[in-house]
Design a protein around this ligand. Sequence first.
Ligand code: SAM
Ligand code: SF4
Length: 478
Amino acid sequence: MVPPREMASLVESGKQVIDEGRITEALRASREPDESRLADLLAKARERKGLSLTEVADLVHLRRPEHVQALYEAAAEVKQRIYGDRVVLFAPLYVSNECVGNCLYCGFRRDNRDLKRQTLTQEEIASEVLWLIEHGYKRLLLVYGETPRNGVASMVEAVQTVYATHSGAGEIRRVNINAAPLSHEDFKALQPAGIGTYQVFQETYHRETYARMHPCGPKADYDWRVTVWDRCIPAGIDDVGLGVLLGLTDWRWDLLALLDHARYLDETYGVGPHTISVPRLEPAFNTPLATNPPAPVSDDEFRKIVAIVRLAVPYTGIIMSTRESPDMRRECLRLGVSQISAGSRVSPGGYAEVDAEENADFDEAQFKVGDHRGLDEIMRDLCDQGYLPSFCTACYRAGRTGPDFMALAKPGEIHNFCLPNALLTFKEYLLDYATPETRAAGEKVIWDNLDKVEDEQVRRVAEERLAALDAGQRDVYF
Ligand code: SAM
Ligand code: SF4
C-alpha cells in the first residue's frame, strides 16, 4: 500500500519527527507512580491499546520491587495474549564490514585499522546462505557497514542471490536488511527485490550525544537518519524496524524518544514499526568506548525497558539478538521479546568459514556475542521452556505487511495464521534439520500446541498439513 503522505512532501527535518523538547518536558514532569496510578497504568496497558508518552515517562521511574514485579506480570500477560508461546528465529548474515563511518562504539569503525575488511562476493554470499539453509534457517537479516560499495544495486543483487540459493527443499523465505538509511529513490529500487523489514537503529535520539558518537561520514547527519522512514514507507517498504543502542545516553530519554518515533509513524502512515530492537552496547575490538559505555544499562533496567516496550506498543515485534546471554534472553522472552537471532556469526563469511559451534574470533566480530549456542540447541531449549519456535514467513509472502498486517493483528485475527504457521514451519525444521533429541522435544510441543488452535476448521486443516509434511510436502502455510 502507498501511504497517504506522498513523496512530493518528503520530510527532511528531524524536528518534524521527534519533538525533543516534548520528551525532555515529559521526563521532567514525570514521577514514580503511586499504588493507584500504577494500577491504572497497568490496567490500561492490559487492554493492549498501548501507552502515551507521559504514561511511559512515569513507568520508567518504577523502583520498588513489588511495583517492578507488577510491571513484569502485565507485560508477560500482554505478550502471552498477543504472541502466545511462539518465538520467531532468524540469523544475521554480515555482508560487509567495510565502513566509512567512525561510530565510537562499533568494531567496524573506520579507525579500527587492525580489522580485516571484507565485502562478500555473490559467490561468498551464496556459500553463507547455503550453510544457513542446511542448518534449517528460513529467515535472514543482511547486515552492512556503510560505504558507497554497499549501495542499493549491491543490496538488490545480494537479496536475489539469497532467494536464488537452494539446497534440496531448503531455502530462505524472508530477507530483512540492517543498513544505512537510503534515499527515497534507492528505497524504490530496493522494493521490488522483495525484502521483509528494513532496519535502521537511530542509536540515540539525543542530538548532542548523537553528534559526539558519530563524528564523521554520512552517519553524522542526524536528520537524514531520523527521517529514514519518511523516504522508505512512501517507497512501498512498510515493514520497518526501529532501535536504539542502549548505553550511549540516559536510557529513559532514548526510550521515550523511540516510542514517540513509533507514535509518529502510526499517526503519519497508519502503521507503527513492525519491529523494535533493543541492542545493548557490547565490548568491541579496538573500541574503547564500547568497553566503557557512557551510560551503562544494568540488567534490571534492561528488563524494565523490554517490559515497557511490550506494554507501550503491544503489536510491534521486539527483537533480541545474541548480544545478550542465554539467561537474559530466556527472561526477556517472557517479558515481551517475540523474535530472537540464533547461532549468529557477526563478521562477513563467519558461517561458511568456521564451524558454528566454535566462538567467532573477537578481533573479526562487530561486537562480543553473549549467546554462543547453535540453532538446534536453542530450539531445544525453547521447547524445554514451553515455547514454540517458528520460522513463519507467511504474512510477508501473502502480502500481509504494514497496515494490512496491523489490521489483522490488532483484532487478534492474526492468531488464525500465526499459530498454525508456526506449527508447520517448526515441523519442517524437525523433519529436515533437527537432532533426534530436539525432534523428540519438538514433536511434543507441536501436538500440545495443535490443541490450542481455537478454530476447529483451521485445526483440522493444520493437522492435515502436518501429515502432508510427514509425507514429504514442504512449504505449506496459511
Ligand atoms: N552500518 C549500518 C548502521 O550503522 O546503521 C548498519 C549495520 S550496524 C553493523 C548494526 C547495528 O549494530 C548498529 O545500528 C548498532 O546499533 C549496533 N552496534 C554497533 N556497535 C555495537 C556494539 N559495540 N555493541 C552492540 N551493538 C552495536
Ligand atoms: Fe559503520 Fe554502522 Fe558500525 Fe557505524 S555502526 S561503524 S556505520 S557499521
